[in-house]
Design a protein around this ligand. Structure first.
Ligand SMILES: NC(=O)c1ccc[n+]([C@@H]2O[C@H](COP(=O)([O-])OP(=O)(O)OC[C@H]3O[C@@H](n4cnc5c(N)ncnc54)[C@H](O)[C@@H]3O)[C@@H](O)[C@H]2O)c1
Ligand SMILES: O=P(O)(O)OC[C@H](O)CO
Length: 323
């Protein structure tokens, strides 16, 4: 459900893994391009898609009798869409979005459950999975997380291909916090890059970003090991280091001196950290967790601080043991 970059690339994974795939696109021209030319004319436009993907513009046509419903709309739009869709009762749902809902401070699997769908039916797929690389069938690993390890295993087998290697996890909340928070940290790393700083600065931000992500995750009951894995460090490193990342690129525009409006105009696709950073900060405050990098990202996005001042303020913080 959603034919943006990741919805399209994940449809490709599912088709390559031998599933019959229906892909819901909002726009007729997107569906037609996929069905007649095996190309999405709006996202990943140079990629030839497998013939096994059938695109539709009616949500009901995509959802009818679906065994697995893959949710690939941006996180702040998930609830409004779910409330309109007729999700088959026997289906399982896979959440792909990486964000925290603004109004509720819920993770995406929690939003799904909040609309009345049992959390036993909800899975999360997350990891270092930049859609542009996956669509070229470059090898990557990922994590399929569910409360029930048997379900996680079953679904991981359904999306395994020669280029996509899914591990399993029962730490749903940890995987989701890793995925949502890395976007805010990537904004900070992008700012550092845009300011002209090198590998030492960026590695320092990544590592301390992981430390604050782990603190938040643990406060929410996550397994600390998750943050050393694909959904934590793996995704954080891929996002912070790749020019393909929309979040890192958005941060880079800010670091080069553009304001949020101009950075938005220069961006293609959704940079989830821009919308979720404030929610992550609010969630951290609710649980008494210190997240200085996310806090400064929020200040920069709100125009209260420049990227350069944000970095200077972080550097001036009191020193203390690393752990
Ligand atoms: N692109 C990636 O590399 C990647 C990888 C892993 C996870 N994700 C996550 O997947 C989610 C989707 O990202 P994406 O990369 O596909 O974004 P995108 O910007 O490429 O596409 C967004 C899609 O959502 C649709 N959309 C936008 N507003 C909508 C609304 N109100 N209702 C319904 N549909 C709407 C658009 O039409 C489009 O199909 C995000 O949470 C992102 O963090 C992306
Ligand atoms: O392009 P980004 O910044 O949304 O990152 C994409 C994926 O989440 C990387 O795993």
């Amino acid at each position: 459900m959603g034919a943006g970059s990741w919805g399209t690339a994940f449809a490709m994974i599912m088709a390559d893994a031998g599933n019959e795939v229906r892909l819901w696109a909002r726009r007729t021209e997107v569906a037609e391009g996929i069905n007649t030319e095996q190309r999405n004319p709006a996202y990943l436009t140079s990629v030839e898609l497998p013939t096994g993907i059938h695109a539709v513009t009616e949500a009901d046509a995509a959802l009818a009798d679906a065994e697995l419903v893959v949710l690939a709309v941006p996180s702040q739009q998930l609830r409004e869409n779910l409330l309109q869709w007729q999700i088959p009762e026997s289906s399982r749902l896979i959440s792909l979005a990486k964000g925290i809902e603004n109004a509720s401070l819920l993770t995406m699997s929690q939003v799904v459950a909040d609309t009345g769908i049992s959390s036993d039916r909800v899975l999360v797929v997350t990891g270092p999975n930049l859609a542009g690389e996956i669509a070229e069938r470059q090898p990557a690993a990922s994590v399929v997380a569910a409360w029930d390890p048997t379900l996680a295993r079953e679904v991981s087998e359904r999306c395994r291909t020669r280029y996509f290697r899914p591990y399993t996890s029962i730490d749903v909340v940890g995987c989701e916090i890793g995925g949502a928070t890395k976007n805010a940290i990537a904004l900070a790393v992008g700012m550092g890059h845009g300011l002209g700083f090198g590998a030492n600065s960026l590695a320092s931000l990544i590592t301390r970003g992981l430390a604050e992500t782990s603190r938040l995750g643990e406060a929410l009951g996550a397994d600390p090991h998750t943050f050393a894995g694909l959904a934590g460090m793996g995704d954080l490193v891929a996002t912070c280091m790749s020019p393909l990342s929309r979040n890192r690129t958005f941060g880079e525009h800010l670091g080069r001196g553009h304001d949020v409006q101009r950075a938005t105009e220069l961006s293609r696709g959704v940079a989830e950290g821009v919308r979720s950073a404030g929610s992550i900060q609010a969630l951290a405050e609710r649980h008494g967790v210190d997240m200085p990098i996310v806090g400064h990202v929020v200040d920069v996005l709100a125009g209260r601080q420049s990227p350069r001042d944000a970095i200077s303020t972080m550097m001036a913080r009191h020193t203390r043991p690393e752990r």
